[in-house]
Design a protein around this ligand. Structure first.
Ligand code: FES
Length: 103
């Protein structure tokens, strides 16, 4: 059954940047954009670069720094290639000053 796992304090993820955490063995990136938190696989489905390493956030999308693939942080779908496979997304919430990812 899915549960929420605390990964960081609220202030640890700043606006416009993604930060990676390990959640039950998976590398999960958490990003804050426009006061909304998103959680998604940190691993680009193209050639496995870490999206949290310099990935550019714009609204609800993140663009991989390696070859420019762009993904929706809401749904994980590919907005722009070369990646063809979506990234996994996770539920995320802020509660009592903590960021929690559903896993
Ligand atoms: S590894 Fe991300 S676009 Fe190539």
């Amino acid at each position: 059954m899915a549960e929420f796992i605390t990964v960081a304090a609220t202030g640890d993820v700043e606006e416009g940047a993604a930060k990676a955490f390990e959640v039950k063995g998976a590398e999960v990136a958490v990003a804050r954009s426009g006061a909304t938190l998103y959680a998604f696989s940190d691993i680009c489905t193209h050639r496995h670069c870490n999206l949290s390493m310099g990935g550019e956030i714009d609204g609800t999308t993140i663009q991989c720094e390696c070859h420019g693939s762009m993904f929706s942080m809401e749904t994980g779908e590919v907005i722009e290639g070369p990646a063809t496979e979506p990234i996994k997304t996770y539920g995320v919430r802020e509660q009592d000053g903590q960021i929690q990812v559903e896993a």
